[in-house]
Design a protein around this ligand. Structure first.
Ligand code: AMP
Ligand code: MG
Length: 357
């Protein structure tokens, strides 16, 4: 059942958006927050503007809720009526695929190719086995090996309305891209409304739209992986999406060790890349979401190499287990403000002070 609450204060902890409008001038802008529960998370819609009619804002909220419910049904691995459920069970080929399903799978396979499989939309057999959201337990190594035989993203091919899957035991899991893809669709819709500016925040993905008063950027707080109610710094953006993948988002503990939800497709185990969290900015929501997962798996060295060599335009803030924050070149200009003394900012541009204030 969908819950739609108005003016609710419940926010996802992954990205703190509390300060997002703090620099807004004039004090006349009105904000309306809505919280919708969908895709396993609380989704915040924040609309800013002057004199907007409540009925109008409610109708925009309703359309957002419709888009979220549509995509939840489309990309869920648990809905027996969904095409994806068929592909994950006994269907080899779908000839009349839902256009949105073809689109998200096309994009997911492309991101798997360019990330050399670090992001993989076909890890279903492994993620089911690990059952991180259900609290584990840690699978036996033989089980992990067996499941890993069926996780190659090249098992799926998408050609407009035709989706086929060659390995019957291969299972699609769009958990690493579904929310970002949906945030993208929401923002395309919101950009066409009369709302001056605002944001969508859903499970570690934020998208911003419109022009802020006075041309101020949107400031997005990045969580401390050790304490998700605290912010280690702020990334200023004018547009686009920020997605965060962190080892603190979903995990279970067994024998004093934490097992989180981001799987390294090469090992079949939760990634141990030395990174605690990765925030990616992109002008596309699905790309930001998939790349945050991919870079987390890659680790900082491989991620920076990928940044330099990739044709995809993105930026990243990576936090490693030595309390260091690594920035990509495009945000070494002061776009990131450190606010937590116990972390060290690495890779500042020479002669520039990247810490504002
Ligand atoms: P995120 O929180 O966006 O990094 O996505 C993590 C979710 O995506 C997990 O809960 C899994 O459902 C799925 N997942 C885990 N590891 C990967 C991976 N290496 N590539 C793609 N999806 C993954
Ligand atoms: Mg992701």
């Amino acid at each position: 059942m969908k819950k739609i609450l108005r003016f609710s204060a419940i926010l996802t902890a992954h990205i703190l958006i509390l300060s997002l409008f703090a620099s807004c001038s004039g004090g006349k802008t009105e904000y309306t927050d809505y919280t919708i529960y969908g895709m396993d998370t609380y989704i915040t819609l924040r609309f800013a503007g002057k004199g907007q009619k409540e009925d109008y804002l409610d109708s925009v909220r309703d359309e957002c809720a419709r888009i979220i419910a549509k995509n939840e049904k489309l990309m869920s691995s648990h809905d027996e009526e969904a095409q994806i459920w068929g592909l994950n069970h006994d269907v080899d080929v779908i000839l009349d695929a839902e256009p949105d399903l073809s689109a998200v799978l096309t994009s997911a396979v492309h991101l798997a190719e360019i990330s050399d499989g670090a992001f993989s939309p076909t890890l279903g057999s492994l993620t089911e086995l690990w059952n991180v959201s259900g609290g584990g337990p840690v699978p036996r190594s033989e089980e992990i090996e067996a499941a890993s035989e069926h996780t190659d993203y090249r098992n799926i091919s998408v050609d407009s309305g035709r989706i086929s899957i060659t390995d019957k035991e291969c299972k699609i899991d769009l958990g690493g891209i579904a929310k970002g893809y949906t945030a993208q669709e929401l923002l395309v819709y919101l950009n066409g409304t009369d709302i001056s500016y605002g944001l969508v925040s859903m499970g570690g993905n934020i998208g911003v739209f419109g022009d802020k008063t006075g041309g101020n950027p949107f400031k997005v707080g990045i969580c401390d992986p050790d304490n998700t109610s605290s912010v280690i710094g702020y990334l200023s953006i004018d547009d686009g999406f920020i997605a965060v993948s962190g080892d603190y988002e979903r995990f279970f503990e067994e024998d004093g060790k934490k097992y989180h939800h981001i799987i390294d497709p090469e090992t079949g185990y939760p990634a141990e890349s030395g990174l605690r969290s990765v925030a990616v900015w992109s002008n596309n929501g699905g790309t930001a979401d998939a790349l945050s997962t991919a870079l987390f798996v890659m680790g900082e060295e491989r991620a920076l190499e990928f940044y330099r060599e990739s044709d995809v335009r993105f930026e990243a803030v990576m936090i490693n287990d030595r309390h260091e924050i690594i920035l990509t070149d495009g945000i070494k200009d002061g776009s990131f403000e450190l606010s937590e003394d116990s972390y060290t900012l690495i890779g500042e541009a020479e002669g520039e002070d990247t810490v504002a204030g």
